[in-house]
Design a protein around this ligand. Structure first.
Ligand code: NA7
Length: 536
């Protein structure tokens, strides 16, 4: 019997998406640490490696959905569309991996199964499903906020004899829908992006909707190279603005209440933002859409009327009109031809509130009203967001305490970055940080830079440990909750609150105070000698 070889490292990073790739460069190439990345996929890309469903695209404009740490990289890369499509983002991340030689210390097709903090040596012991064991000073998670795909436990789910896919683990070779009867379950971002594309390929498409959604048109188009070149001339300033903004975008934020205008004036402003498309509708129309129910209702009514104008059949239109939650309470969706799709003769909408889903059968989906026979079921049913990917790993801190137990009543972190009792563990875009409420690369770069700066500080000061104080963590959790309380976010059943997973505690997980405010807070923490942390 051979003894397991234990590899000693400075840092182990889990995940090779945006976070892992950047950390690799920061820690390995700028700090000179011995770093190992562990990645479940067989290549880089993270979210963009897994989510290959038709129509998958990012809702951030492409010129902002990229790294800003290297000027030449920024100048060289050419995006082709206003919004980057999944294959293009994946090409970009592969390009980054090649350009900075980031693959050589990534172990692919491997999952971290456990990470235990060993107090006797102040190091983490990390084990993988391949039987490897690593010991490292720093453990850093770049495991994404939406990585643990969920298919609800529909009765008879495994009985279905046709093809079945979850959007978040789409086959690499693609799916041929030609001549097939398809059902899509779920109308969140993934459903809304894939439905128009599948409708064009399939013989027939049935959409099973539980909650109708508010959507803003993307106004997707190819990018004019001249426009991109103009942006690039000003790239530093544009990114600097985004770094200190609310949502990680360089948009001009208005400071005006929707209540302060006449109906006509307000509609004109909404109309202009609607024409521009995308998140500008949220950030550049009125400032109180997320905080004032009456203002939110005005945006909601504007969108409801757009749906009624777009969908030909008034009964179908009414089924698509969201009424049970305020605008801005769930993630605002950005769509391309979603509502238009219901004007096609091969598309049918089923309202699961009228006729709830009962079971899957060998041939399809049975609701209380009918059996819908299909060849393919696409589950666009979302993720165990923010904490799901942590819960898959047996993470244990001081005294063998499990992170899963610590978070049993909802995630508790300091700055969304660290957890008391789990020294030298950093989370990139963890719960309690701006993360999913921002343009992710901006949030990711901020976290990765903060982690690198912190590790550098510890090394220079010849310190071994950094650990969040329990009281700082409690205060942060309270702060995060207080910020969310008056917002629309608390008024819907959303994955932000864990409401999409049966039994998951209802806690608002991301920090909603804005990227700029969060960044300033972190800078203050560092300036005050890592306030809220114990360094030893
Ligand atoms: P989402 O946004 O969580 O959407 C999941 C959808 O699946 C949503 O419409 C759900 O309806 C529906 N769903 C979930 N469970 C069920 C059951 N049991 N029955 C019927 N319908 C169900 O996931 P996405 O993948 O679309 O998007 C996730 C994020 O990824 C997105 O916001 C982007 O940031 C990228 P519900 O609304 O819960 O009634």
């Amino acid at each position: 019997m051979t003894a397991t070889r234990v590899r000693e490292l400075d840092a182990l990073v889990i995940g090779a998406g945006f976070s892992g790739l950047y950390l690799n460069w920061r820690l390995r190439d700028t700090l000179g640490l011995d770093v190992q990345l562990i990645e479940a996929g067989d290549d880089v890309g993270g979210t963009w490696y897994w989510n290959r469903y038709p129509g998958a695209r990012c809702d951030s404009e492409s010129y902002m959905y990229c790294f800003a740490f290297d000027r030449d990289l920024m100048q060289d890369w050419e995006w082709s569309g206003k919004y980057p499509e999944q294959p293009e983002i994946l090409r970009y991340l592969n390009h980054v991996a090649d350009r900075f030689d980031l693959r050589r210390n990534i172990q692919f097709e491997t999952r971290v199964t456990a990470a235990h903090f060993d107090e006797t040596v102040n190091r983490w012991t990390v084990t993988t499903d391949g039987g490897d064991v690593y010991r490292c000073r720093y453990l850093i998670t770049g495991i994404g906020c939406l990585s643990n795909g969920q298919i609800p436990e529909f009765p008879g789910r495994d009985r279905f004899q046709g093809e079945a896919y979850h959007t978040g683990s789409w086959p690499h070779e693609g799916v041929d829908f030609a001549g097939k009867r398809v059902a899509v379950v779920g109308t969140g971002s993934s459903g809304v992006q894939s439905i128009p594309v599948i409708a064009k390929q399939a013989e027939h498409l049935t959409v099973l909707q539980r909650t109708p959604q508010y959507m803003i048109p993307a106004r997707h188009q190819t990018v004019d190279k001249a426009v991109l070149d103009e942006i690039k001339k000003d790239y530093d300033a544009i990114f600097e603005k985004a770094r200190h903004s609310l949502g990680g975008f360089p948009y001009d934020i208005v400071d005006r209440s929707a209540m302060a205008f006449s109906d006509d004036e307000r509609d004109a402003i909404f109309e202009e933002a609607w024409r521009a498309g995308g998140f500008k509708f949220v950030f550049s129309s009125f400032s109180d859409l997320r905080t004032n129910l009456a203002a939110s209702e005005m945006a909601a009514e504007f969108i409801r009327n757009k749906i009624r104008e777009t969908v030909n059949d008034p009964e179908v239109a009414e089924m698509l009109v969201p009424k049970d939650h305020p605008f801005g309470s769930k993630r605002t969706l950005i769509d391309t031809d979603y509502f238009e799709t219901y004007n096609r003769s091969n598309v049918r909408l089923v309202d699961l509130n009228e006729a709830p889903l009962v079971e899957m059968t060998e041939t399809g989906i049975r609701t209380e009203a009918e059996l819908i026979e299909v060849d393919v079921i696409v589950y666009a049913t979302g993720f165990d967001a923010m904490t799901g990917s942590f819960n898959r790993i047996d993470i244990r801190g001081r005294g063998g305490e499990r992170l899963k137990d610590r978070w049993a009543a909802g995630p508790r972190t300091y700055l969304g970055l660290a957890v008391s009792g789990f020294p030298n563990m950093f989370m990139i875009t963890g719960p309690g940080s701006p993360s999913v409420l921002t343009n992710m690369p901006i949030a990711i770069e901020q976290h990765c830079e903060l982690v690198a700066e912190t590790i550098d500080h510890l090394r220079k000061q010849e310190l071994q440990l950094i650990e969040a104080e329990r009281v700082a963590e409690d205060d942060w959790v309270e702060h995060v909750n207080k910020l969310a309380e008056p917002t629309m976010f608390m008024r819907a059943n959303s994955w932000y609150l864990g409401a999409n997973i049966p039994g998951k505690p209802r806690v608002f997980m991301p920090y909603c105070g804005g990227m700029g405010t969060y960044r300033a807070h972190c800078e203050k923490v560092v300036a005050n000698g890592y306030e809220g942390f114990v360094l030893s």
